[in-house]
Design a protein around this ligand. Structure first.
Ligand code: GDP
Ligand code: MG
Ligand code: ZN
Length: 363
């Protein structure tokens, strides 16, 4: 039996309002009645809050999807079986994702953890105080570029700072192609600057540390307290308690916005292909190095080190690049050969080393 989800948003009249496009129409064309499509507004353990034109339902995934461990995430467009009078009662398929924002999974257990799907823009939110860190921004940029979405950096809480020039100078290091917007969610000066990204049919995800003002910004963009108005269902009709806090909202501008809780750790190991996007300056300089496999550490004829010596590139940025590269090399090594074999290799390394020592002693 079907259970109503969070209170429906009456302004959502068509699937296009939710960001539906022609590719999705094509993918969905093989499903006919009794199937309908909707968008996942919140995902929680076993139930999903799915928005459909004019309504909202709280439903599980089908047994078949559970069996293959295929679970939707917020932002997914899904196919629902709707063959009874009470409304759709389960998700039977996830339609192909246009983009997927993910971070490397925890250890060897999972390949990756998808945070949100079908995103056009990712607002990477930070503040101009204690949260501000170029290293953190670069890590977020790594996962955003890998997702296929376009990043926008938002420096919030500008009302708390007297001098933003230091922050402006620092963000310039990230390159000319990444938009940086300064906002104050409480003064309503900033949200207007975000309008270019809030076009009808576009989906935006807000990511960043907890407490930087993501939810406050979303409320400002919506012109009302969305988090409060999102109802919480206490009962799923089977006597069990389920609470699903909506994360996906339809904005008055016609855009869809997704809120996320703060990430404690940004694991980047599935984002290797983002290096040229995030460290374009260093990789361009590297083309001038004498050795094509230059590590930019001590090599003679290194154009990157030369740029640092001439203060064209900051030493700190090069250090952060080395750190990310090291992490990527280590993680892909682990991913490629599998953790077990990796451990073995390490042991063999140690065994080989002690053999060497024995031989050395013998001489
Ligand atoms: N001074 C100031 N406070 C803000 C601003 N934006 C958010 N806050 C406050 O920062 C705290 C955390 O905001 P919240 O939106 O919950 O952060 P989230 O965890 O990123 O969603 C709240 O107390 C907000 O009122 C801002 O632009 N200026
Ligand atoms: Mg929040
Ligand atoms: Zn070099």
């Amino acid at each position: 039996m079907s259970v109503p989800g969070n209170s429906p948003d009456n302004r959502v009249r068509t699937l296009s309002d939710l960001g539906w496009d022609e590719d999705l129409t094509k993918s969905f064309s093989r499903y006919t009645c009794p199937y309908v499509a909707g968008r996942v507004a919140a995902a929680q353990r076993t139930v999903y809050d799915v928005m459909l034109p004019g309504r909202s339902v709280l439903v599980p995934v089908s047994g078949a999807l559970q069996k293959i461990r295929s679970f939707p995430v917020v932002g997914d467009f899904v196919v629902l079986l709707d063959d009874n009078a009470t409304g759709p009662d389960m998700i039977v398929a996830i339609l192909p994702r246009k983009t997927a924002l993910s971070r490397g999974g925890a250890g060897e257990k999972k390949g990756e953890q998808i945070l949100a799907a079908n995103i056009d823009y990712a607002f990477i939110v930070t503040d101009c105080g204690p949260d501000f860190s170029l290293a953190r921004l670069e890590r977020y940029l790594m996962i955003v570029f890998a997702s296929g979405a376009r990043p926008v950096i938002i420096i919030n809480k500008t009302d708390l700072s007297d001098d933003l020039s230091i922050i402006s100078e620092a963000t310039a290091e990230l390159g000319p192609d990444i938009p940086v917007v300064f906002t104050s969610a409480v003064k309503a000066t900033g949200p207007a600057l975000l309008e270019p990204y809030l076009q009808p049919g576009k989906t935006v995800v807000c990511i960043g540390s907890s407490g930087v003002g993501k939810s406050t910004l979303i409320n400002a963009m919506a012109g009302r307290d969305l988090q409060k108005t999102s109802g919480i269902r206490e009962d799923d009709g089977k006597g069990r308690h389920t609470t699903t806090v909506r994360e996906l909202f339809y904005l008055p501008s016609g855009a869809v916005i997704i809120d996320t809780p703060g990430l404690r750790e940004i694991r980047i190991w599935t984002a290797k292909e983002s290096l040229p996007d995030v460290f374009d300056d260093i990789l361009k300089l590297a083309q001038g190095c004498r050795f094509s496999d230059c590590g930019h550490k001590t090599e003679p004829g290194c154009a990157v080190l030369q740029a640092v010596a001439q203060s064209e590139l900051s030493e700190e940025r090069l250090k952060r690049y080395h750190k990310i590269q090291k992490e990527l090399a280590f993680e892909s090594d682990k991913a490629e050969i599998g953790l077990k074999r990796f451990e073995k290799k390490r042991w063999k390394g140690i065994a080989g080393f002690s053999k060497e020592i024995q031989e050395y002693r013998r001489h």
